[in-house]
Design a protein around this ligand. Sequence first.
Ligand code: PMP
Length: 359
Amino acid sequence: MQRIYNFSAGPGALPLPVLEEASRAVLEINNSGMSILEVSHRGKDYEAVHYDAMQRLLRILGLSADEYSVMFVGGGASLQFAMLPMNFLQTGQSADYVNTGEWGTKAIKEAKRFGTVNVTASSEDKSFSYIPKNITFSPNAQYAHITTNNTIEGTEWSDIPQSDAPLVADVSSDFMARTLDYSRFSLFYAGAQKNAGPAGVTIVVARKSYLEQASDDIPSMLSYKTFAKADSLYNTPPVFPIYVVGLVLKWIEEQGGLMVVEANNRAKASLVYDALDAFPDVYEPAVTDKGDRSLMNITFRLRDTDREKAFLSGSQERQMDGLKGHRSVGGFRASVYNAFPIEGCHALAQYLHDFVEQK
Ligand code: PMP
């Protein structure tokens, strides 16, 4: 099979060695005579997969298993928009949210069902094209929530803000893509389907001391305590997605960890941003402040919108897929997650140059 350049925003490109190993495991795991899809989630083959993924994850992030719990939850990152306040925000209490995009807006909508939401800062005034600066969170907030990378709009926090309230983050689209001081967060969550694996599992990491403050009076399957106490084996977990997450984590370690991954991602993103910036009369990057630009999701428009169709079909002729912007904002978006190869960024940069010459 000829692999093409998959710029999809998620599910996104996965490393080929991971796909190859996963395809073998679909037939048989550990000479067991059974597929990874067939073994019991309480058997030794799967248990090894499960605990290995948890340990590897913390090791890559530089977090201690004594202090942090890893949870594998279903329902996507969207469920976390509700599960977080359900666990930590009660009527009469408040939480701070920074609204940097559509996903933040959805998180806020869900939190309002449970308590008071203070939108501490927002970039909605300029179509979420920047990251608000100099934010002061309320020390009395139950937590302060940010979205570290805004998948649709193409902005990313370069620095994690200070907060006296417990800091919580939706890290769905830049999880495992750069070095961050993850110990600054009391809790963070990511749908796996961008940098960490396939759709079907959401990774939640929480400081154990923070989890103690979670409410007890909620349904078992929506309670972080249930997941943490049972090591996410209270019920049948999404076995196959977790297995593939484990393979991706192994791949990240083989690359040399997050420092190497980040350096690669910076090199990849620069190729594309430099090409866009070289032709300001033709391309309009959605994010003008370079410090706020996402390493993962590069968003831009053509100044001449009449040429959009031609741009897209030309990209497809060059074996590039998934460049259409999110349906809510239009334009174009190149998602260049960890597994997206640098050759694809060279190819896009070349195309951006060549398209300028075309009439
Ligand atoms: N948050 C962010 C930052 C996202 O990019 C996405 C999905 N693209 C979500 C939340 C929602 O994730 P899910 O589809 O897993 O519910």
